[in-house]
Design a binder for this molecule. Structure first.
Ligand SMILES: Nc1ncnc2c1ncn2[C@@H]1O[C@H](COP(=O)(O)OP(=O)(O)OP(=O)(O)O)[C@@H](O)[C@H]1O
Ligand SMILES: [Mg+2]
Length: 281
C-alpha cells in the first residue's frame, strides 16, 4: 500500500510541471479570447510548441487577424463615405445660393434646412466612426475647467446647475459636445420639464448627472439607447433626431477613461450619469 501511495505521489509530482504548463497556456488563451470579445481586436497569443494547444492558438490568431481586418475596413469605409459626402453637399448648398430668386423663398428655406440636417448627420457619423477607431484620432488634451464648460452649456438651454469646482485634462471640444448632447436630449425628450445638472468630484473621478422630469426611459431600453441609430419605439421623429447623440456621449466618456449610463426612473424622468476618470480627471 505504501509503495503504491509513493508511486502515485511520484507520478503526481513528475506530472505536475507538465500539467501546470499546459493549464497556464490554456489560461493565456482564455484571457486572449476574452480580450478579443471585449473589443481589443489587436489581441494575439504566442504560439508555443506544435501540439493541440499551439494549433488552437494559431487558429485564434488567424481568426483575430481576419476580424480586425474586417472591422478596420468597415470603419474606414464609413469614415471615408461620410467624408466624401461632404463635397457634393457643399456644391448643392452653393448652387442653391447661386440660384438666387429663381425659386420660392419657402422652397429655398426648406432645402437649406435639409442640407443643414444632412451636414450635421454626416458630422456626427464622421466623429462617431473616428472615435470608434481606437488607435485613430488622438484627443486634443488640454487642462480645462470642466465646471465652467458645464455652466456655459447649461446657460444655453436654461438648465439648473449645481457644480463643484472641477479641473481636468481632456478634449474641450469633445467634452462640450458630450454635455450638449445630454442637455439637448433632456430638452427634446424631457417634455419641457426643468433640467437639473449636478457636477461632483469624487477623488480622481468627475461625475456629471443630467436629469429631467419627462417620461423617462424604460428599464429594458437603458442600454440600447446608447447604440448608434437606436431610438425608443414611439419616439417622435422630430427634426434631426437620428439616434447618434448618446452613442457619442458614451464614446467620448470612454475616451476620457470613464463611461456613461442611464438610470432614469420610468415615468418620473430620465437621469444620465457620466463618469470621467483618472488619469484624465
Ligand atoms: N432624456 C431623455 N428622456 C427620454 N428618452 C430619452 C432621453 N434621452 C434619450 N432618450 C431616448 O434615447 C434615444 C436615443 O437618444 P440619442 O441622443 O442617441 O438620439 P436622438 O436624441 O434621438 O437623436 P440625436 O442623434 O439627434 O441625438 C432617443 O431617441 C430617445 O428615445
Ligand atoms: Mg439626442
Amino acid at each position: 500500500m505504501i509503495a503504491l501511495a509513493l508511486t502515485a505521489l511520484l507520478v503526481g509530482l513528475a506530472a505536475y510541471p507538465v500539467v501546470r504548463r499546459l493549464t497556464r497556456r490554456l489560461e493565456r488563451l482564455q484571457t486572449s479570447v476574452e480580450a478579443l470579445g471585449a473589443g481589443q481586436l489587436s489581441t494575439r497569443v504566442p504560439v508555443e510548441g506544435s501540439d493541440e494547444v499551439a494549433r488552437l492558438a494559431q487558429s485564434f490568431n488567424q481568426s483575430a487577424e481576419r476580424v480586425e481586418a474586417l472591422v478596420t475596413a468597415q470603419k474606414s469605409l464609413l469614415a471615408n463615405a461620410s467624408h466624401e459626402l461632404r463635397s457634393p453637399l457643399a456644391r448643392v448648398r452653393m448652387a442653391i445660393e447661386l440660384a438666387g430668386d429663381g425659386s420660392s423663398p419657402e422652397i429655398r428655406e426648406e432645402l437649406k434646412k435639409n442640407i443643414a440636417e444632412l451636414d450635421q448627420l454626416i458630422d456626427e457619423i464622421l466623429l462617431a466612426s473616428r472615435l470608434d477607431a481606437v488607435s485613430d484620432v488622438a484627443l486634443h488634451m488640454e487642462s480645462i475647467d470642466f465646471a465652467a464648460l458645464a455652466a456655459e452649456e447649461c446657460a444655453r438651454v436654461g438648465a439648473e446647475l449645481s457644480a463643484e469646482p472641477a479641473q481636468m485634462e481632456g478634449d474641450a471640444r469633445l467634452l462640450r459636445r458630450m454635455i450638449r448632447n445630454l442637455l439637448e436630449n433632456a430638452k427634446r425628450h424631457g417634455e419641457d420639464s426643468p433640467i437639473e445638472v449636478a457636477l461632483r468630484c469624487l477623488g480622481k473621478e468627475i461625475q456629471l448627472e443630467v436629469c429631467d422630469g419627462g417620461r423617462g426611459v424604460p428599464l429594458e431600453e437603458r442600454e440600447r439607447i446608447f447604440e448608434p441609430f437606436y431610438r425608443i419605439p414611439g419616439t417622435r421623429e422630430r427634426d434631426g433626431s437620428v439616434g447618434l447623440g448618446l452613442s457619442l456621449v458614451r464614446q467620448i466618456a470612454r475616451r476620457h477613461g470613464g463611461d456613461a449610463h442611464c438610470f432614469g426612473r420610468e415615468g418620473k424622468g430620465a437621469c444620465f450619469r457620466v463618469r470621467l476618470k483618472s488619469p484624465f480627471a
